[in-house]
Design a protein around this ligand. Structure first.
Ligand SMILES: Cc1cc2nc3c(=O)[nH]c(=O)nc-3n(C[C@H](O)[C@H](O)[C@H](O)COP(=O)(O)OP(=O)(O)OC[C@H]3O[C@@H](n4cnc5c(N)ncnc54)[C@H](O)[C@@H]3O)c2cc1C
Length: 406
Protein backbone atom coordinates (compact mmCIF):
# COMPACT_ATOMS: atom_id res chain seq x y z
CA UNK A 1 0.00 0.00 0.00
CA UNK A 2 1.38 3.40 -0.98
CA UNK A 3 1.39 6.25 1.56
CA UNK A 4 0.66 9.68 0.17
CA UNK A 5 1.17 12.86 2.16
CA UNK A 6 0.00 16.20 0.81
CA UNK A 7 1.20 19.37 2.56
CA UNK A 8 -1.07 22.38 2.08
CA UNK A 9 -4.83 21.97 2.37
CA UNK A 10 -5.77 24.57 -0.21
CA UNK A 11 -7.35 24.03 -3.60
CA UNK A 12 -4.36 22.26 -5.15
CA UNK A 13 -3.95 19.98 -2.13
CA UNK A 14 -7.63 19.04 -2.01
CA UNK A 15 -7.81 18.37 -5.75
CA UNK A 16 -4.72 16.19 -5.46
CA UNK A 17 -6.30 14.15 -2.67
CA UNK A 18 -9.40 13.60 -4.83
CA UNK A 19 -7.31 12.50 -7.80
CA UNK A 20 -5.12 10.16 -5.78
CA UNK A 21 -8.16 8.47 -4.28
CA UNK A 22 -9.76 8.10 -7.70
CA UNK A 23 -6.69 6.35 -9.08
CA UNK A 24 -5.62 4.42 -6.00
CA UNK A 25 -8.40 2.92 -3.91
CA UNK A 26 -6.03 1.39 -1.35
CA UNK A 27 -3.35 3.98 -0.61
CA UNK A 28 -3.30 5.95 2.63
CA UNK A 29 -3.72 9.69 2.11
CA UNK A 30 -3.04 12.43 4.64
CA UNK A 31 -3.70 16.06 3.75
CA UNK A 32 -2.06 18.51 6.14
CA UNK A 33 -3.24 22.11 6.48
CA UNK A 34 -2.20 24.83 8.89
CA UNK A 35 -5.51 26.71 8.63
CA UNK A 36 -8.33 25.71 10.95
CA UNK A 37 -10.79 25.25 8.06
CA UNK A 38 -11.21 22.45 5.57
CA UNK A 39 -9.94 23.38 2.06
CA UNK A 40 -11.82 26.26 0.47
CA UNK A 41 -11.63 28.30 -2.72
CA UNK A 42 -10.27 31.82 -2.32
CA UNK A 43 -11.65 33.85 -5.27
CA UNK A 44 -14.88 34.75 -3.47
CA UNK A 45 -12.94 36.10 -0.48
CA UNK A 46 -12.58 39.32 -2.46
CA UNK A 47 -15.92 39.12 -4.29
CA UNK A 48 -19.00 37.10 -3.28
CA UNK A 49 -18.38 36.97 0.47
CA UNK A 50 -17.65 40.70 0.72
CA UNK A 51 -20.72 41.45 -1.40
CA UNK A 52 -22.85 39.32 0.93
CA UNK A 53 -23.75 36.91 -1.88
CA UNK A 54 -21.92 33.94 -0.34
CA UNK A 55 -20.83 32.67 3.04
CA UNK A 56 -17.39 31.30 3.86
CA UNK A 57 -18.94 27.86 4.35
CA UNK A 58 -20.11 27.87 0.74
CA UNK A 59 -16.51 28.04 -0.49
CA UNK A 60 -15.53 24.51 0.61
CA UNK A 61 -13.81 22.45 -2.09
CA UNK A 62 -15.68 19.30 -1.05
CA UNK A 63 -18.53 18.58 1.37
CA UNK A 64 -17.67 17.83 4.99
CA UNK A 65 -18.55 14.15 4.61
CA UNK A 66 -16.23 13.60 1.66
CA UNK A 67 -13.07 13.09 3.71
CA UNK A 68 -14.36 10.19 5.76
CA UNK A 69 -16.26 8.62 2.87
CA UNK A 70 -13.06 8.59 0.83
CA UNK A 71 -10.73 7.63 3.66
CA UNK A 72 -8.62 10.75 3.36
CA UNK A 73 -7.27 11.99 6.67
CA UNK A 74 -7.60 15.77 6.80
CA UNK A 75 -5.38 17.40 9.41
CA UNK A 76 -6.27 21.04 10.07
CA UNK A 77 -4.60 23.66 12.23
CA UNK A 78 -1.21 21.97 12.20
CA UNK A 79 1.70 23.03 10.02
CA UNK A 80 4.31 20.77 8.48
CA UNK A 81 7.52 22.20 9.91
CA UNK A 82 10.14 19.68 8.87
CA UNK A 83 10.67 17.51 5.83
CA UNK A 84 13.33 14.79 6.02
CA UNK A 85 13.77 13.53 2.47
CA UNK A 86 16.24 10.78 3.49
CA UNK A 87 13.87 9.26 6.02
CA UNK A 88 10.82 10.29 3.95
CA UNK A 89 9.03 11.84 6.89
CA UNK A 90 7.15 15.07 7.50
CA UNK A 91 6.99 16.43 11.05
CA UNK A 92 4.09 18.59 12.14
CA UNK A 93 4.26 21.52 14.59
CA UNK A 94 2.14 19.46 16.99
CA UNK A 95 4.88 16.80 17.05
CA UNK A 96 3.30 14.11 14.86
CA UNK A 97 5.56 12.43 12.30
CA UNK A 98 4.11 11.22 8.99
CA UNK A 99 5.94 8.76 6.73
CA UNK A 100 5.40 8.94 3.01
CA UNK A 101 6.20 7.11 -0.18
CA UNK A 102 5.01 10.04 -2.27
CA UNK A 103 4.74 13.63 -1.11
CA UNK A 104 3.04 16.63 -2.68
CA UNK A 105 3.96 20.17 -1.66
CA UNK A 106 1.01 22.49 -2.25
CA UNK A 107 1.75 25.19 0.30
CA UNK A 108 0.43 28.10 -1.78
CA UNK A 109 1.22 31.73 -1.06
CA UNK A 110 1.00 34.30 1.70
CA UNK A 111 0.05 37.95 1.35
CA UNK A 112 3.05 40.25 1.07
CA UNK A 113 3.28 42.97 3.69
CA UNK A 114 4.56 46.54 3.51
CA UNK A 115 7.54 47.46 5.63
CA UNK A 116 6.57 51.01 6.55
CA UNK A 117 5.86 52.71 9.90
CA UNK A 118 2.39 51.91 11.20
CA UNK A 119 2.08 48.67 9.24
CA UNK A 120 1.05 46.87 12.44
CA UNK A 121 -1.75 49.28 13.39
CA UNK A 122 -5.21 47.79 13.84
CA UNK A 123 -7.26 48.29 10.70
CA UNK A 124 -4.31 47.70 8.34
CA UNK A 125 -5.61 44.55 6.65
CA UNK A 126 -4.49 41.89 4.18
CA UNK A 127 -6.57 39.34 2.30
CA UNK A 128 -5.43 35.78 1.83
CA UNK A 129 -7.32 33.60 4.29
CA UNK A 130 -10.90 33.24 5.48
CA UNK A 131 -10.09 35.02 8.75
CA UNK A 132 -8.67 37.99 6.79
CA UNK A 133 -11.90 38.06 4.81
CA UNK A 134 -13.92 38.34 8.02
CA UNK A 135 -11.88 41.42 8.98
CA UNK A 136 -12.22 43.04 5.55
CA UNK A 137 -15.95 42.33 5.59
CA UNK A 138 -16.24 43.98 9.01
CA UNK A 139 -14.35 47.03 7.73
CA UNK A 140 -16.61 47.33 4.70
CA UNK A 141 -19.71 46.88 6.84
CA UNK A 142 -18.50 49.62 9.19
CA UNK A 143 -18.34 52.02 6.23
CA UNK A 144 -16.35 55.27 6.07
CA UNK A 145 -13.16 55.49 4.07
CA UNK A 146 -11.00 52.68 2.77
CA UNK A 147 -7.52 53.12 1.32
CA UNK A 148 -6.41 50.26 -0.91
CA UNK A 149 -2.66 50.04 -1.27
CA UNK A 150 -1.71 48.27 -4.49
CA UNK A 151 -3.51 48.19 -7.80
CA UNK A 152 -3.40 44.42 -8.29
CA UNK A 153 -6.37 42.10 -8.74
CA UNK A 154 -7.25 41.70 -5.07
CA UNK A 155 -6.93 45.41 -4.33
CA UNK A 156 -9.12 46.33 -7.29
CA UNK A 157 -11.75 43.73 -6.42
CA UNK A 158 -11.99 44.90 -2.82
CA UNK A 159 -12.11 48.51 -3.99
CA UNK A 160 -15.02 47.63 -6.29
CA UNK A 161 -17.00 45.93 -3.50
CA UNK A 162 -16.29 48.71 -1.01
CA UNK A 163 -17.33 51.36 -3.49
CA UNK A 164 -20.51 49.53 -4.36
CA UNK A 165 -21.29 49.42 -0.62
CA UNK A 166 -20.93 53.20 -0.47
CA UNK A 167 -17.49 53.60 1.11
CA UNK A 168 -15.13 56.37 0.08
CA UNK A 169 -12.33 54.49 -1.64
CA UNK A 170 -8.83 55.55 -2.62
CA UNK A 171 -6.43 53.28 -4.51
CA UNK A 172 -2.72 54.05 -4.13
CA UNK A 173 -0.46 52.40 -6.70
CA UNK A 174 3.23 53.32 -6.97
CA UNK A 175 3.51 52.37 -10.63
CA UNK A 176 2.08 54.33 -13.54
CA UNK A 177 -1.05 52.15 -13.86
CA UNK A 178 -2.79 49.38 -11.93
CA UNK A 179 -2.17 45.81 -13.16
CA UNK A 180 0.93 47.01 -15.00
CA UNK A 181 2.84 43.72 -14.77
CA UNK A 182 -0.13 41.62 -15.91
CA UNK A 183 -1.77 43.85 -18.52
CA UNK A 184 0.62 46.67 -19.46
CA UNK A 185 -0.03 50.40 -19.36
CA UNK A 186 -2.74 50.65 -22.04
CA UNK A 187 -5.10 48.04 -20.59
CA UNK A 188 -4.13 48.95 -17.02
CA UNK A 189 -5.38 52.46 -17.76
CA UNK A 190 -8.75 51.03 -18.79
CA UNK A 191 -9.11 49.36 -15.38
CA UNK A 192 -8.06 52.59 -13.66
CA UNK A 193 -10.77 54.35 -15.68
CA UNK A 194 -13.39 51.81 -14.62
CA UNK A 195 -12.68 52.60 -10.97
CA UNK A 196 -12.60 56.36 -11.52
CA UNK A 197 -15.95 56.11 -13.31
CA UNK A 198 -17.33 54.55 -10.13
CA UNK A 199 -16.01 57.35 -7.97
CA UNK A 200 -12.77 55.82 -6.71
CA UNK A 201 -9.89 58.22 -6.14
CA UNK A 202 -7.09 56.46 -8.06
CA UNK A 203 -3.63 57.78 -7.16
CA UNK A 204 -0.91 56.48 -9.47
CA UNK A 205 2.87 56.82 -9.39
CA UNK A 206 3.03 57.43 -5.67
CA UNK A 207 3.94 55.06 -2.84
CA UNK A 208 3.02 54.86 0.83
CA UNK A 209 5.40 56.34 3.38
CA UNK A 210 3.52 55.46 6.57
CA UNK A 211 0.23 54.45 8.12
CA UNK A 212 -0.73 56.85 10.88
CA UNK A 213 -2.95 56.55 13.92
CA UNK A 214 -2.87 55.79 17.60
CA UNK A 215 -3.35 52.03 17.99
CA UNK A 216 -5.75 52.02 15.09
CA UNK A 217 -5.10 53.34 11.60
CA UNK A 218 -6.55 56.77 10.87
CA UNK A 219 -4.56 57.84 7.86
CA UNK A 220 -2.05 57.05 5.15
CA UNK A 221 0.90 59.33 4.39
CA UNK A 222 2.02 59.16 0.77
CA UNK A 223 5.55 59.70 -0.49
CA UNK A 224 4.50 63.06 -2.00
CA UNK A 225 3.41 64.28 1.45
CA UNK A 226 -0.35 63.82 0.89
CA UNK A 227 -2.25 62.66 4.01
CA UNK A 228 -5.27 60.46 3.27
CA UNK A 229 -7.95 59.75 5.84
CA UNK A 230 -8.57 56.05 6.40
CA UNK A 231 -10.95 54.13 8.62
CA UNK A 232 -9.32 50.98 7.24
CA UNK A 233 -6.53 50.07 4.84
CA UNK A 234 -6.28 47.05 2.60
CA UNK A 235 -2.70 46.20 1.67
CA UNK A 236 -2.87 44.31 -1.62
CA UNK A 237 0.74 44.22 -2.73
CA UNK A 238 0.87 40.68 -4.05
CA UNK A 239 1.57 37.25 -2.67
CA UNK A 240 4.79 35.35 -2.02
CA UNK A 241 5.00 31.55 -2.34
CA UNK A 242 5.35 29.61 0.93
CA UNK A 243 8.73 27.98 0.37
CA UNK A 244 10.00 27.43 3.92
CA UNK A 245 9.46 23.68 3.94
CA UNK A 246 10.99 23.15 0.50
CA UNK A 247 13.99 25.26 1.46
CA UNK A 248 14.43 23.56 4.83
CA UNK A 249 14.40 20.17 3.05
CA UNK A 250 17.15 21.29 0.69
CA UNK A 251 15.04 21.06 -2.46
CA UNK A 252 16.12 23.23 -5.37
CA UNK A 253 14.19 26.47 -4.94
CA UNK A 254 14.23 29.38 -7.34
CA UNK A 255 11.66 31.84 -5.99
CA UNK A 256 9.31 28.85 -6.45
CA UNK A 257 9.69 25.07 -6.55
CA UNK A 258 10.87 24.03 -10.04
CA UNK A 259 9.13 20.89 -11.29
CA UNK A 260 9.29 18.93 -14.52
CA UNK A 261 6.44 18.26 -16.93
CA UNK A 262 5.08 15.62 -14.50
CA UNK A 263 5.13 18.22 -11.70
CA UNK A 264 7.89 16.24 -10.01
CA UNK A 265 10.73 17.99 -8.20
CA UNK A 266 14.39 16.97 -8.39
CA UNK A 267 13.51 14.46 -5.63
CA UNK A 268 11.70 11.53 -7.27
CA UNK A 269 9.43 11.11 -4.24
CA UNK A 270 8.29 14.75 -4.12
CA UNK A 271 5.89 16.68 -6.39
CA UNK A 272 4.72 20.30 -6.21
CA UNK A 273 1.60 22.03 -7.55
CA UNK A 274 -0.35 25.27 -7.45
CA UNK A 275 1.00 28.70 -6.56
CA UNK A 276 4.40 27.40 -5.44
CA UNK A 277 5.22 25.39 -8.58
CA UNK A 278 7.42 26.65 -11.39
CA UNK A 279 6.23 24.01 -13.82
CA UNK A 280 7.56 22.96 -17.19
CA UNK A 281 4.63 23.85 -19.45
CA UNK A 282 4.62 22.42 -22.99
CA UNK A 283 2.13 25.06 -24.13
CA UNK A 284 4.49 27.83 -23.10
CA UNK A 285 7.64 25.93 -24.10
CA UNK A 286 9.37 26.45 -20.77
CA UNK A 287 8.80 26.88 -17.04
CA UNK A 288 5.85 28.96 -15.88
CA UNK A 289 4.57 29.81 -12.40
CA UNK A 290 0.90 30.72 -12.21
CA UNK A 291 -0.90 32.20 -9.19
CA UNK A 292 -4.46 31.51 -10.27
CA UNK A 293 -7.42 29.41 -9.21
CA UNK A 294 -7.66 27.28 -12.37
CA UNK A 295 -3.98 26.45 -12.20
CA UNK A 296 -4.29 25.27 -8.60
CA UNK A 297 -7.34 23.21 -9.44
CA UNK A 298 -5.90 21.57 -12.56
CA UNK A 299 -2.33 21.14 -11.33
CA UNK A 300 -3.55 19.68 -8.05
CA UNK A 301 -5.52 16.99 -9.86
CA UNK A 302 -2.70 16.48 -12.35
CA UNK A 303 -0.11 16.04 -9.59
CA UNK A 304 -2.41 13.60 -7.79
CA UNK A 305 -2.62 11.47 -10.93
CA UNK A 306 1.13 11.79 -11.54
CA UNK A 307 1.84 10.53 -8.02
CA UNK A 308 -0.19 7.42 -8.79
CA UNK A 309 1.85 6.71 -11.92
CA UNK A 310 0.12 8.65 -14.69
CA UNK A 311 2.76 9.72 -17.22
CA UNK A 312 0.92 12.61 -18.91
CA UNK A 313 2.85 15.85 -19.38
CA UNK A 314 1.67 19.25 -18.21
CA UNK A 315 0.91 21.93 -20.76
CA UNK A 316 -1.97 24.34 -20.95
CA UNK A 317 -2.43 28.10 -21.11
CA UNK A 318 -3.19 29.74 -17.78
CA UNK A 319 -6.71 31.02 -17.17
CA UNK A 320 -7.85 33.78 -14.85
CA UNK A 321 -11.04 35.69 -14.13
CA UNK A 322 -12.12 38.75 -12.20
CA UNK A 323 -15.37 40.56 -11.43
CA UNK A 324 -15.39 44.27 -10.66
CA UNK A 325 -18.65 46.28 -10.64
CA UNK A 326 -20.44 45.09 -13.76
CA UNK A 327 -17.24 44.10 -15.56
CA UNK A 328 -16.75 40.33 -15.78
CA UNK A 329 -13.40 39.40 -17.29
CA UNK A 330 -11.73 36.18 -18.40
CA UNK A 331 -8.08 35.98 -19.44
CA UNK A 332 -6.48 33.08 -21.29
CA UNK A 333 -2.75 32.59 -21.77
CA UNK A 334 0.31 34.36 -20.54
CA UNK A 335 2.17 37.41 -21.79
CA UNK A 336 4.86 39.74 -20.59
CA UNK A 337 3.21 43.06 -21.48
CA UNK A 338 6.56 44.86 -21.56
CA UNK A 339 7.51 42.61 -24.45
CA UNK A 340 4.15 42.37 -26.25
CA UNK A 341 1.99 44.33 -28.63
CA UNK A 342 -1.55 44.96 -27.40
CA UNK A 343 -4.45 44.91 -29.85
CA UNK A 344 -7.99 45.88 -28.85
CA UNK A 345 -11.22 44.70 -30.49
CA UNK A 346 -14.15 46.86 -29.47
CA UNK A 347 -14.08 50.02 -27.43
CA UNK A 348 -13.37 49.66 -23.70
CA UNK A 349 -15.72 52.58 -23.09
CA UNK A 350 -18.59 50.38 -24.33
CA UNK A 351 -17.95 47.99 -21.45
CA UNK A 352 -17.55 45.03 -23.84
CA UNK A 353 -14.22 44.44 -25.53
CA UNK A 354 -11.39 42.01 -26.19
CA UNK A 355 -7.65 42.59 -25.74
CA UNK A 356 -4.93 40.46 -27.33
CA UNK A 357 -1.24 40.35 -26.41
CA UNK A 358 1.05 39.34 -29.29
CA UNK A 359 4.66 38.33 -28.74
CA UNK A 360 7.67 39.41 -30.81
CA UNK A 361 6.88 36.74 -33.42
CA UNK A 362 3.31 37.95 -33.80
CA UNK A 363 1.81 34.97 -31.92
CA UNK A 364 -1.24 35.63 -29.77
CA UNK A 365 0.01 34.49 -26.39
CA UNK A 366 -2.78 35.97 -24.28
CA UNK A 367 -6.29 37.29 -24.75
CA UNK A 368 -8.97 38.58 -22.44
CA UNK A 369 -12.58 39.56 -22.84
CA UNK A 370 -14.67 41.86 -20.73
CA UNK A 371 -18.37 40.98 -20.76
CA UNK A 372 -18.10 39.04 -24.02
CA UNK A 373 -18.71 35.61 -22.58
CA UNK A 374 -19.57 34.01 -25.91
CA UNK A 375 -16.03 34.81 -27.11
CA UNK A 376 -14.28 32.93 -24.34
CA UNK A 377 -13.93 29.54 -26.07
CA UNK A 378 -12.65 31.07 -29.30
CA UNK A 379 -10.10 33.15 -27.38
CA UNK A 380 -8.93 30.07 -25.53
CA UNK A 381 -8.52 28.17 -28.83
CA UNK A 382 -6.60 31.06 -30.35
CA UNK A 383 -4.23 31.30 -27.41
CA UNK A 384 -3.85 27.53 -27.11
CA UNK A 385 -2.74 27.40 -30.74
CA UNK A 386 -0.54 30.51 -30.23
CA UNK A 387 -1.53 31.47 -33.74
CA UNK A 388 0.22 34.23 -35.64
CA UNK A 389 -2.48 36.72 -36.65
CA UNK A 390 -2.19 40.10 -38.26
CA UNK A 391 -3.10 42.84 -35.75
CA UNK A 392 -5.58 44.35 -38.21
CA UNK A 393 -7.54 41.07 -38.30
CA UNK A 394 -7.49 40.80 -34.52
CA UNK A 395 -8.91 44.30 -34.24
CA UNK A 396 -11.55 43.83 -36.95
CA UNK A 397 -14.83 42.91 -35.28
CA UNK A 398 -16.14 41.69 -38.67
CA UNK A 399 -13.61 38.83 -38.68
CA UNK A 400 -15.11 36.00 -36.58
CA UNK A 401 -12.79 35.02 -33.74
CA UNK A 402 -13.23 31.37 -34.68
CA UNK A 403 -11.56 32.11 -38.06
CA UNK A 404 -8.38 33.43 -36.45
CA UNK A 405 -6.97 30.26 -34.82
CA UNK A 406 -4.71 27.95 -36.79
C1 LIG B 1 -8.63 37.01 -2.06
C2 LIG B 1 -8.19 36.20 -3.25
C3 LIG B 1 -8.91 36.27 -4.43
C4 LIG B 1 -8.52 35.53 -5.54
N1 LIG B 1 -9.24 35.64 -6.68
C5 LIG B 1 -8.88 34.92 -7.76
C6 LIG B 1 -9.63 35.01 -8.97
O1 LIG B 1 -10.59 35.75 -9.07
N2 LIG B 1 -9.25 34.26 -10.03
C7 LIG B 1 -8.17 33.43 -9.96
O2 LIG B 1 -7.86 32.77 -10.95
N3 LIG B 1 -7.42 33.33 -8.82
C8 LIG B 1 -7.76 34.04 -7.74
N4 LIG B 1 -7.01 33.96 -6.58
C9 LIG B 1 -5.82 33.10 -6.56
C10 LIG B 1 -6.12 31.66 -6.19
O3 LIG B 1 -7.01 31.62 -5.12
C11 LIG B 1 -4.81 30.95 -5.83
O4 LIG B 1 -4.01 30.91 -6.99
C12 LIG B 1 -5.06 29.56 -5.27
O5 LIG B 1 -5.70 29.64 -4.03
C13 LIG B 1 -3.76 28.79 -5.10
O6 LIG B 1 -4.06 27.54 -4.57
P1 LIG B 1 -2.95 26.67 -3.81
O7 LIG B 1 -3.66 25.44 -3.37
O8 LIG B 1 -1.73 26.58 -4.62
O9 LIG B 1 -2.54 27.56 -2.54
P2 LIG B 1 -3.38 28.15 -1.35
O10 LIG B 1 -4.78 28.41 -1.76
O11 LIG B 1 -2.58 29.29 -0.82
O12 LIG B 1 -3.39 26.98 -0.28
C14 LIG B 1 -2.21 26.54 0.37
C15 LIG B 1 -2.56 26.12 1.76
O13 LIG B 1 -1.42 25.52 2.36
C16 LIG B 1 -1.28 26.03 3.67
N5 LIG B 1 0.11 25.85 4.10
C17 LIG B 1 1.19 26.59 3.76
N6 LIG B 1 2.31 26.10 4.33
C18 LIG B 1 1.92 25.02 5.07
C19 LIG B 1 2.61 24.10 5.89
N7 LIG B 1 3.95 24.17 6.08
N8 LIG B 1 1.90 23.13 6.51
C20 LIG B 1 0.56 23.04 6.33
N9 LIG B 1 -0.15 23.89 5.56
C21 LIG B 1 0.53 24.85 4.93
C22 LIG B 1 -1.72 27.47 3.53
O14 LIG B 1 -2.04 28.07 4.77
C23 LIG B 1 -2.95 27.28 2.66
O15 LIG B 1 -4.06 26.93 3.42
C24 LIG B 1 -7.37 34.70 -5.46
C25 LIG B 1 -6.64 34.63 -4.26
C26 LIG B 1 -7.04 35.37 -3.17
C27 LIG B 1 -6.25 35.29 -1.88
Amino acid sequence: MTSYVIVGAGLAGAKAAEAVREADAEGSIVLVGDESRAPYERPDLSKGVLLGDKTLDELKVVDDGWWEQNRVELVTGDAAVRLDREARTVTLAGGRELSYDRLLLATGSAARTLDVPGADLAGVLHLRQAQDCEQVLAAITAGGSLVVVGGGWIGLEVAAVARSKGLQVTIVEPREQPLLAAMGAEVGAVWAGLHRDHGVDVRLGVGVEAFTGDGRVQGVRLADGTELTADAVLVGVGAAPNLDLAEQAGLAVDGAVPVDAHLRTTDEHVWAAGDIALAENSWWGGPLRVEHWANAQDQGAFAGRAMTGDTATWGQPPYFFTDQYDAGMEYHGYADPSDSTVVLRGAPASGEYVAFWCDGRGRVSAAMHVNRWDDSDALKALVTARSVVEPARLADADVPLADLAG
